[in-house]
Design a protein around this ligand. Sequence first.
Ligand SMILES: NC(=O)c1ccc[n+]([C@@H]2O[C@H](COP(=O)([O-])OP(=O)(O)OC[C@H]3O[C@@H](n4cnc5c(N)ncnc54)[C@H](O)[C@@H]3O)[C@@H](O)[C@H]2O)c1
Length: 255
Amino acid sequence: MKLAGKTLVVTGVSSGIGAETARLLRERGARVVGIDLGEAAISLDGFVKADLSEPRAIDAAVRELPARIDGLANVAGVPGTAPADRVARVNYLGLRHLTQAVLGRMPQGGSIVNVASILGAEWPARLEAHKDLARTADFGAGLDYLARHPVAQESCYQYFKEALIVWTLTQSQPWFLEHGVRMNCVAPGPVMTPILGDFVTMLGPDRVSRDAHRMKRPALADEIAPVIAFLCSDDARWISGVNLPVDGGLASTYL
Ligand SMILES: NC(=O)c1ccc[n+]([C@@H]2O[C@H](COP(=O)([O-])OP(=O)(O)OC[C@H]3O[C@@H](n4cnc5c(N)ncnc54)[C@H](O)[C@@H]3O)[C@@H](O)[C@H]2O)c1
């Protein structure tokens, strides 16, 4: 993987998949600047503490980021046990706001990787609604749209991961053509991180036991990070606009 010399920004760097991604990217020679609400727990080349649910906090964080950013890994996220408004802000609106703000600093060959989820797999069922949300111009317009089209608490995590996949797929080609910047999603299945228990609570025992019989085990964070790193690297230079499952085959069992 060609990562040496790149400056990469990783969100959600203080825990789980984000921490492992940052560690791996640095090991492969990249310079990594992390963003998180919590303190960084690993060595980084830079760290900005910020709440990615607030556009003003995101703008302030962007002012502290390097002038040239070769890649952005949007890993930060909250489970559906958080209030729906927070899930909307962190998992979709804030991610999109940060990405739009950073795009102008990315050279040709830049890469954006968004961490979606296997739980976003049903995006085709609500495609038109997700396209409408994707067309909202900014964070505030997105909030206004969601005030007019409220999302149920029970399915908010799934809804905003679906929305993230649809925004990624629809926005990737214009940015690839205009800026030479690629954008992709990875869609993990269950991963052994501190929020795995929240997903069990969120999905309930029936769904969890059905999935448990279809998979070998939950992934480890170090089985997701290399795929994010690959998509950040020049080896993936012709991959754009995909949602890549990283789930040990679980999604294939839903056919
Ligand atoms: N763990 C799983 O089973 C699983 C499965 C599929 C997808 N995902 C996704 O993977 C991503 C990483 O999750 P994880 O499992 O590593 O969880 P985690 O809780 O270990 O890490 C999430 C990180 O995001 C940060 N964060 C949350 N809200 C924030 C905010 N407002 N501003 C800044 N930082 C914030 C947290 O502080 C934390 O460091 C998330 O987007 C999650 O939805 C996780």
